[in-house]
Design a protein around this ligand. Sequence first.
Ligand code: SF4
Length: 319
Amino acid sequence: MTLLGLDGLRVEIGGRVILREVTLAVAAGEAVGLVGESGSGKSMTVRSVLRMLPAGSRVTGSITVGGLDVNRLDSAGLRRMRSRDVAMVFQDPRATVNPVRTIGDFLTEVLRDQGISRVEANRRAVALLTDVGVDHVERRMHQRPHELSGGLLQRVVIAAALATEPKLILADEPTTALDVTTQEEVVAILHEQRRKRGTALLFISHDLELAAAVCDRIAVMYAGEIVEILPANRLHEDARHPYTQALLRSRPGAVNPGSRLETIPGTPQSAADAPAGCVFADRCPHAADHCREVRPVLSPVDSGLAACHLLPNGVPHVA
Ligand code: SF4
């Protein structure tokens, strides 16, 4: 059953196109990774779901959560969705948690907003912190954010996201601000806890491998469009879009130690600057004239969907 549905989502900010025709469905309990280079529109996609776009944004197409049309929700409906059905984990935990309040206050406030008593909210906050692997929980409840490391604080933010038992968590590069070892721990906790609870996840990352490790499916974005969607466990075998293949070849693990890393020629483009046809045409080694003029649509290929005029037969598998 579809929990989150994006259909032909288009966003313009100040007349500049940011997203063009984003179509994606996330099922209840499913984890989908949204990957791509900086500026590809990943964060704007998740912000659209919560209607957290800058003033003056123009949104067309549809966004549904649990069958509700997000763009038609009144302010009470939007507040209910944000506080109960959908939780967000941002990149930087220090920008999320009020620096002058205690961790206990931060967590119990989320619960008390649901009408839960102070005593029960306190009990649940302790249990949540324990679930996400925070040590010395009773002491942490009385500490302030500056007394916790970035990794511990991001666990607190994950605990807050889980507190209302949402149906969907939107995680926007939740480990980018952390060191590599801590990143792995935090992602493992998010993965374990959301699976245990059956919570769906839209996981934003520029790291294909990381997303594939914790997600069921991967959606690859470039210049405001989704160009390929495929099962995470078929990423290496079935990636067919030239952009996904280039991303796979340019990851650090793709070359032997000491060898030169492959890069994608050219620079990432925004949706506004990309060609009207295929958004990847200016950087694609297979581009033909009609690629720049005719927009390819997502079509079935192997185990997933890809938007490329050469498919299903013309593009080689990743070596
Ligand atoms: Fe490359 Fe053309 Fe396919 Fe776009 S449609 S990815 S430019 S071959």
